[in-house]
Design a protein around this ligand. Structure first.
Ligand SMILES: [Zn+2]
Length: 183
């Protein structure tokens, strides 16, 4: 019998989830809008998402449109409340990051449906209540998967967020991104 490294177990668990999701094939250049469920399969079974939409989950995901774009970046919600995903990110991005981003963006889809302002300029990005709520949901799922604070920090860290904003966000979310505590 050989002992299994706990990190190995986490990776396996995540890979299983990603397999369930069955992220679809990237369409040819020029193609644009698709049903969410064509690209992100099995999300309706994920508890974190059922907590967002409850019994309306299947219906909402079936009607949600995804626009694949050649604009570089990650994913975001456009002014119509649809999900826009960079095709490059979808094909080359880290699968765990993509999974957590989808959860984050689906929280925004719900907020949009509730008529809440997603683009409220009265707040800085890292303090906007709609962002905090979306990040909280993604971080909760990351923790459930067993990701370490270090891994969650690397997920939260994006090139367009200032160091100050990043630290403020991590602290709001109770994620320890203090560099001294990480080797
Ligand atoms: Zn957001």
């Amino acid at each position: 019998m050989t002992a299994i490294d706990p990190r190995e177990l986490i990776t396996r668990k995540i890979l299983q989830i990603i397999k369930i999701l069955g992220i679809g094939r990237i369409p040819p250049f020029g193609a644009s809008t698709y049903p969410f469920t064509d690209y992100f399969k099995g999300f309706e079974k994920v508890q974190a998402i059922r907590r967002i939409f409850s019994e309306k989950t299947e219906n909402i995901l079936r009607n949600l449109k995804v626009e694949l774009t050649w604009i570089p970046g990650y994913m975001w919600i456009n002014l119509d409340g649809h999900l826009v995903v960079s095709s490059r990110y979808l094909s080359n991005g880290d699968k765990v990051d993509i999974y957590l981003d989808v959860i984050h963006e689906l929280v925004h889809v719900k907020q949009f449906m509730e008529g809440r302002g997603l683009f409220d300029i009265h707040y800085d990005y890292s303090e906007r209540p709609t962002e905090i709520e979306a990040y909280r949901c993604a971080v909760q799922e990351a923790r459930r998967l067993g990701l370490s604070d270090q891994r969650i920090c690397s997920y939260l860290r994006t090139e367009w967020m200032s160091d100050r904003d990043f630290k403020r966000l991590a602290s709001t979310l109770n994620v320890n991104c203090d560099e001294q505590s990480q080797s």
